[in-house]
Design a protein around this ligand. Sequence first.
Ligand code: CP3
Length: 348
Amino acid sequence: MDEPRFLKACRRQPVDCTPVWMMRQAGRYMKEYRELRQRYSMLEVCKNPELSLQVTMQPIQRFNLDAAIIFADILLPLEGMGVGFGFQPDHGPVIHQPLRDVRAMAKVRVCDPQQSLGFVLQALRLVRAELDASIALIGFAGAPFTLASYMIEGGHSRNFLHTKRLMYEHPQAWQGLMEKVAETTADYLRAQAEAGAQALQLFDSWVGCLSPGDYDAYVFPHVQSIFSRLSTLNIPLIYFGTGTATLLPRFKQCGATVIGVDWRVPLRQAFDLLGDGLAIQGNLDPVALFAPRNLLLNKVDQLLDEAAGRPGHIFNLGHGILPATPVENVEAVIERVHDKTRRTGAAE
Ligand code: CP3
């Protein structure tokens, strides 16, 4: 069986057409998901490998996607690290006791993924056994800054005030916390690869709130340390963030082989900056999926024109799909990308 076109594109090899997947492709915009969530809480789904398998497969069964992403959440490792949290309906994640001082930061533990995240690893094994060989399986984790910001703020934040204050006031304690998150994350991602993930994505969703100087000083070494620990796996490593236009030049050296960009960066610019060595993933505005069909498809065409058939484009949204997204538009986008980019004679 031929290798999934998603994996080929990650390696910047020729493909028969541009691969597509969508961040948060399993979720509330799907009726099947909403039905299951009436019976089980978010954490129950995440911690039950059979249910996680079922939800991971929902978008795969419904659409012509080129990759499945394991159904889990970036916050799952927090429990094993000693930071309790829950999901509140309509409020997102809530950390029970946010870390607000050096003592609390020092108490965070490195956790062993086999011990505390075995349910995700088991779900990966189940999905890989069920998935068609032409569809790739993606594992993921939260990046150190984004995870630390949840631990410290206690939930989502507009200004990241508590996080940046701790970072500035207690740089040593900050670096210590980041090292513990980086070690846990690297071990967790490696375990996911061993359980069947064929590519790994590190979500640094909120890193764009940092100045480039602060990114260099407080975050970059930890991102680099994760990717360097994973390099021997020889599988695609994806680094994704939003609001990263001014950070992209740094990403060249972070050790990832694919960079995910949001819609605020013109795709052409991302390719010009990074595309001679790295693959690019992105970057349709998730809100474009609410536009009239013609406008939506024009936007897809424009993106594909910007990518201009260069090797190493993976079509995706610039951030997660939104809960009210019309399902038919998701389908239309996937079909359009495949149709518009189909090449004959390539990737034999
Ligand atoms: O992509 C996928 O389909 C895999 C599943 C996935 C989830 N979370 C499921 C989820 C992935 C990849 C994530 C990553 C994640 N989780 C991120 C990084 C990506 C991003 O969107 O920036 C972040 C920041 C989180 C933390 C988190 N989890 C938030 C902010 C929320 C609430 C927002 C929301 O949509 O309600 C969650 C809950 C969550 N994680 C849901 C899902 C499907 C919604 C749960 C529900 O109500 O059913």
